[in-house]
Design a protein around this ligand. Structure first.
Ligand SMILES: N[C@@H](CCC(=O)N[C@@H](CS)C(=O)NCC(=O)O)C(=O)O
Length: 202
């Protein structure tokens, strides 16, 4: 088994933190996104969308999509539960993970793809779409701050994959120039709390 990974990319980081939280060790196979190693014909056979992370099993089966990879491990390694335990907890984790992916990762990604200096060589960039994404991401960061009031973690009392997603997306957002607003003190406290976990550096 191996995990195709790039230490600078936010989605593979989500899987590395998840595995570290579970105490699971998987050999990493580095793929550089910046030098387009993921865009080769060989890698296309592993994931036709040519994105990472990809988990390759010993029989050659490949699983793409961060959450699908984490769920694969969750079935075999249910403790500690990172997707919730009860029906309500699981629904809450799913709700929050989707919110962070669609509302924040999607909008930060639009800014990154359409406006950032490091992606200027990409074809078909639409700067207006990027700026719109940035505005929405800033709105969502403030909304998340207000909603988090009174909770230690994104989906409730326990650390879950929704925290992993939010940590990686918020750190990536800060890298591309969209920071947690100065006034968002609840979100900043949460961010410090999850960043202090030893697994944050996985
Ligand atoms: N929905 C996918 C997104 C994967 C993704 O966007 N991966 C990025 C790295 S964080 C990538 O491979 N980018 C390179 C490319 O699209 O060429 C997931 O959750 O795994």
């Amino acid at each position: 088994m191996k995990l195709y990974d790039d230490t600078r990319a936010p989605n593979p980081r989500r899987v590395r933190i998840y595995l570290a939280e579970k105490g699971i060790s998987v050999p990493l196979a580095p793929i550089s996104v910046m030098t387009r190693e993921n865009r080769t014909e060989a890698f296309k056979k592993k994931n036709s969308l040519q994105q990472i992370p990809v988990l390759e099993l010993d029989d050659g089966t490949c699983i793409a999509e961060t959450l699908a990879i984490c769920r694969y491990f969750e079935v075999e390694n249910p403790e500690p539960p990172l997707f919730g335990k009860t029906a309500l907890e699981q629904a809450n984790v799913e709700m929050w993970n989707r919110r962070i992916e669609f509302q924040l990762l999607g909008t930060v990604g639009a800014y990154w793809r359409n406006c950032h200096e490091l992606t200027k060589a990409l074809e078909g960039r639409i700067p207006e779409a990027g700026e719109q994404g940035k505005k929405r991401a800033e709105y969502i960061l403030n909304w998340l701050n207000d909603d988090l009031e009174g909770r230690d973690y994104i989906a409730g009392d326990n650390f879950t994959v929704a925290d992993i997603t939010a940590l990686c997306v918020i750190d990536f957002a800060s890298f591309v120039g969209i920071s947690i607003p100065e006034t968002a003190s609840t979100l900043k406290t949460w961010h410090a709390r999850v960043s202090e976990r030893p697994t944050a550096t996985a």
